[in-house]
Write a protein that binds this ligand. Structure first.
Ligand code: 3PG
Length: 216
């Protein structure tokens, strides 16, 4: 089965907000704030009891947003989240079983890798758009550079420890098509219900990318 391009999904704004939400209402407010800041795709991670409810609510109440699911580690989670409206799939890890279950949905997908062996297994399944996670802990841009010199047909979306302080370095590599992260909606901002600041951080991240594009 042909896997739709993940890069196309985030082409206009190549930043993927990673949202760990503890309440459906907050998830709707955060997603709307991010959308107002200029990003229309968000990843809800399956790391809270309400994550699936958040996906369902965003999917039905904010149709202008493309909501996806992250932290997938098994087939049942994939089936449940797609059933509730997830439009793309992200996993932190790579096994061929998990990746095949993701491929079977026909949705854009981003399986997580860090090692040459995992990347080789992904390529064997026809997957060349991969999440590099956790990026900073596994050597960041230096590791991606080394991997890219071997796997020059693979494109990465790194996540883990990425934010305004190091985003520009990552976008300096041609093998990186997007970055992901939680910094635009960190726990403190959500607890304070500071939706305007979430919009501001989103808009600032996009401005940084525009400046980088103009300077190249
Ligand atoms: C992810 O699931 O991609 C990461 O948890 C995001 O990492 P961050 O919180 O360091 O941005």
């Amino acid at each position: 089965m042909l896997v739709p391009s993940f890069a196309s999904l985030v082409e206009k704004s190549p930043i993927l907000p990673v949202l760990h939400m503890e309440s459906v209402d907050d998830a709707l407010k955060v997603t709307k704030a991010i959308y107002d800041g200029g990003i229309s795709a968000v990843e809800i991670v399956l790391r809270s009891p309400v994550a699936l409810d958040c996906i369902e609510a965003i999917s039905s109440e904010l149709p202008q947003v493309t909501v996806g699911v992250g932290t997938l580690t098994n087939k049942q989670q994939i089936l449940d989240s797609v059933n509730l409206g997830a439009k793309f799939l992200v996993s932190p890890s790579f096994t061929t079983t998990l990746a095949k279950s993701m491929i079977d949905t026909g949705l854009p997908m981003l399986p997580g890798v860090v090692t040459p062996s995992e990347i080789t297994q992904a390529i064997e399944l026809g997957l060349t758009e991969l999440k590099f996670f956790p990026a900073e802990q596994y050597g960041g841009i230096n590791t991606i550079k080394a991997l890219s010199s071997v796997f020059n047909n693979v494109k990465f979306c790194p996540t883990g420890g990425i934010g305004p302080h190091n985003m520009a370095d990552y976008f300096g590599l041609s093998s990186i098509f997007a970055v992901g992260g939680s910094w635009m909606a960190d726990k403190k901002l959500v607890a304070q219900k500071d939706w305007p600041q979430i919009s501001n951080l989103t808009a600032q991240a996009l401005q940084l990318i525009n400046r980088l594009e103009q300077s190249t």
